[in-house]
Ligand binder design. Sequence first.
Ligand code: NAD
Length: 438
Amino acid sequence: MKIAMIGTGYVGLVSGVCFSDFGHEVICVDKDPRKIEMLERGEVPIYEPGLDVLMNKNVEAGRLSFTLDLKSAIDGANAVFIAVGTPTRRGDGHADLTYVMAAAEEIARTAKQYVVIVTKSTVPVGTNAKVRDVVATANPNLDFDVASNPEFLREGAAIDDFMKPDRVVVGVETERATQVMADIYRPLYLRDFPIVTTDLESAEMIKYAANAFLATKITFINEIAALCEKVGADIKSVSKGMGMDGRIGNKFLHAGPGYGGSCFPKDTKALARIGQDHASPISIVETVIKVNEDVKRRMIEKLTDLCGGSFNGKTVAVLGVTFKPNTDDMRDAPSLTIVPALVGGGAKVRVVDPQGKREGEHLLPGATWTNDPYAAAESADLLVILTEWNEFRALDLSRIAGSMKNAVLGDLRNVYSAETAREAGFTAYDSIGRKGYP
Ligand code: NAD
C-alpha cells in the first residue's frame, strides 16, 4: 500500500512511522518547513520515546520519507490520511476544522486516481460527510471514498498503543473503502485484535464519547479526593478498593491536579457543543469541564495555604510542567494555570522538567528554568510536584528538605506520603485526597 500522511504532529508522525514499519510505503507531509527539515535530517520534532529509532530504521529501509509537497505525496497513494490539528475554536468551544477542510481541498485539487481520504484527526460528528462534499465539489471528476479512523494512542506510549491497539475504529460508506482500510491494518491482524467497522457518524462519536468518559472518570475521582480530605479518608485506598471492581476497573482513578493535555480539554468542550447544537445537551460533560477548572483552582488554594496564605516574596520550586510524563506536550497542562498563579502572586518560581523546556520557556513567562530538582529546591519555601516524571519519584527527600529555607512539600501527584515527608524532615506536606500535616 502507498499512504500519504498529512500532518507530522504527535498523531501523524507516529501513525506514519508505524504504518511504514508494517511494510507500507509512507510519505509524510507537513506545511511547516522547520519540521520537514528536521525530519529529513533524521531528527524528531517532538519527544516520544522510541520514535527516533523506529523512524530512522524505516527511512533507511526506503519505506518512509518526508515532504512539503502534497502533490508528490498523493501521487499514486491508495489512501491519504488527514492528521492535522483540531484545536478549540476561539470563543465558542467548537472544534476548529479549518486545517481539516484546508487539507481536504488540497487533496481534492491534487488527487488524480481513486483514493480513500481518511480522517484521523478527532472531528465532530458530520465532519467526514462534509469532507466528502467539499472534495466532490472541488473536484467532481475524482473517484474517491472517505473513511473515519479516529486515533486512540496516548502520548508517551504512542508506538506501543499504535502497534497493539485495544481496538481500531473504522467508519466507512463503501465496500471498496472497507477493503483499503483492511489492507492498511492487515499487519495487525497477525495478532488477534478487535476492529470496529461502522458508519462515519458512529466512528466520529466513538472517539468523543471515549475521551469524555475518561475525562469524567478522572474528574469523578478528583472530586472524591476533595471529599476524602474533608472526611479523613485516603484516596489511594479508595481508588484501589473501587478499581478492584471489574465493572469499574483501576485505570484513570489516580487523583491529581486536574486533567490537561492536547485531547481531553478540547474534546470535552467540542462534545458539549455538539450536544447543545443538537438540542441534546450532555450535561454530565458540561459539569466535568466546570469541575476540572475548580480542581485546578483548588490546587492553587492548597499551595497558597502551604505558603502561609500568600505567595508574595516566596521561592517556589516546581517539578514537572508537561501535562503528563514522557511527553514534551504542554497543551492545556495544569502548570499553565498553576505557575502563572504563583508568578502573579509574587513568588519567585523555578521550574524543572526533563522535556518541557522547549515549549514551556515561552508559555511560562517569569519562571526560571533549572536542570535539576536539587538546585531548584535550594533555599526555596515550597517544593511542588506537578508532573510525576520517573526522575522525581525517588528523590533524596532528606537532602532536599535540608537545603530548603522552609521545608514544605506540595505533592499534587501523590508520589510520596506524609510519613516519608515527615521522616525526611519536611515541616509541612500536603497531597491530593489524603491527610497532610501540620
Ligand atoms: P499537532 O498539532 O501535533 O500536529 C498537527 C500537524 O499538522 C502540524 O505539524 C501542522 O503543521 C500540520 N498541518 C496542519 N495543516 C496542514 C496541512 N494543510 N498540510 C500539511 N500539514 C498540516 O496535532 P496532534 O497532537 O498530532 O493531533 C492531530 C489530531 O489527532 C487532532 O485532531 C487530535 O485531537 C487528534 N489526536 C491527538 C492525540 C494526541 O495524543 N496528541 C491522540 C489522539 C487523537
